[in-house]
Design a binder for this molecule. Structure first.
Ligand code: FAD
Length: 363
């Protein structure tokens, strides 16, 4: 899918789909999560052309895939913001300079031209010429772990869901959530006022989520406002075309059937760095090694965000933003050898050009 920048006004929106020839971009950003979006903005500030490629069908990375409805409290300057709202703002800020966005495409490889002036980014759908690359692939490809209980496969999307896109879908329904981590606990609390009934089922007596969230869930369970089954397994999902009930089995092997119109197995994710591990980059514990300029071991290839490692690295949205700014400046220095690349404050210099002028210049 190809979309032109500056038109995606909704979180993760694909905007207006347009045909677009494969122009050589100054920077191709692999990954449209918070780091990739921050990098697209910084590219615009440095007046270089950019392209984002993401395998997901929407921008926003982990935030949109894993916790779009959660509140985030540690993005500085935003004391409290919903995941979806943060992505909406990032997309608006990032695409104002006309960055090209390609969604639903997985990057499989990089091909370096002999003169080192060009890199081709190879996806499952094409080849994109670029002069430099920023790897912002985060955890890699993220897919929810599927539940193997009987009936879950057949009823997926028809009562069995692995993520919550719209909480309203659960209004007035009897919802069973399976899992013992933050996602399961948070969604139990979040859906309780919306659903007719929320039941949390966990295979162990111990939970892995935050202590305060767990306390809240336990208090609500004590008052009968959340159903809570520990040391209990989900063994089957039943329904004729749509989920109608689930079967649970306790540690004594006793089974019972519970009416349910929605089942949310929240039992973790598979993350897969995919082909990046075969690109000749230096890796340490499945993370790309970078130096303080966010350079990788390959010329013209930079990396930032959750995908990188260096001494003291922490995985936060805020650190991804900072690393994106450093990586893009390093990329500009790579693109303009011998030139002094100055960092202009936006509050002093303003935005470099209007959206329309830059968009026209890169397309
Ligand atoms: C449940 C949860 C809650 C969190 N809460 C917070 C919080 O409150 N505050 C905070 O600061 N951080 C939080 N984090 C961490 C935060 O989400 C990450 O630090 C941040 O998303 C990293 O951004 P990124 O852009 O580097 O990577 P990601 O968000 O992982 O984005 C990477 C993107 O790259 C794409 N991609 C990967 N490989 C390829 C490929 N080969 N081809 C094409 N596309 C590819 C992926 O599809 C993905 O969209 C949380 C994480 C989780 C899981």
């Amino acid at each position: 899918m190809v979309i032109s920048g500056g038109r995606a006004n909704q979180p993760g929106s694909s905007g207006k789909v347009v045909k677009c020839a494969m122009h050589t971009r100054d920077l191709t950003i692999i990954g449209g999560g918070p780091t990739g979006l921050a990098a697209a903005f910084r590219a615009g500030m440095h007046e270089i052309s950019a392209r984002i490629i993401d395998t997901a069908s929407q921008l926003g990375g982990q935030v949109m895939a894993l916790y779009p409805e959660k509140k985030i409290y540690d993005v500085f300057g935003l004391p409290e913001i919903g995941g979806k709202e943060l992505v909406h703002n990032l997309v608006k800020q990032a695409l104002q300079f006309g960055a090209e966005v390609r969604l639903g495409e997985s990057v499989h490889g990089l091909r370096f031209a002999d003169d080192e002036q060009r890199i081709d980014v190879i996806t499952d759908q094409g080849s994109y010429p670029t002069r430099s690359v920023l790897l912002a692939g985060g955890l890699g490809l993220i897919t929810p772990r599927k539940h193997d209980a009987e009936g879950c496969d057949q009823l997926e999307g028809r009562g069995v869901y692995y993520s919550v896109r719209d909480p309203e879908l659960f209004r007035g329904k009897k919802v069973v959530i399976v899992g013992g981590g933050d996602s399961a606990l948070d969604w139990a609390l979040h859906l309780r006022p919306i659903a007719a009934r929320v039941t949390l089922v966990h295979r162990s007596p111990d939970f892995a989520g935050h202590a305060s969230t767990l306390r809240e869930v336990q208090q609500l369970a004590d008052y009968g406002q959340i159903g809570l089954y520990t040391s209990t397994l989900l063994t089957a999902a039943h329904g004729n075309g749509h989920l109608e009930a689930v079967t649970l089995r306790n540690s004594q092997g006793v089974e019972h059937r519970l009416e349910a119109q929605a089942l949310l197995p929240m039992i973790g994710f598979h993350v897969n760095l995919g082909p990046m591990e075969r690109w000749g980059l230096e890796f340490e514990e499945k993370k790309i090694v970078v130096n303080s300029r966010m350079e990788t071991s390959l010329p013209g290839v930079f990396a930032a965000g959750d995908i990188v490692t260096y001494p003291g690295k922490i995985k936060l949205i805020a650190t991804g933003f900072a690393e994106a700014a450093i990586a893009v400046k390093s990329a500009v220095e790579y693109l303009r050898p011998g030139e002094k690349v100055t960092l202009k404050y936006s509050s002093v210099a303003g935005l470099p050009k209007t959206t329309q002028q830059l968009a026209a210049a890169v397309n």
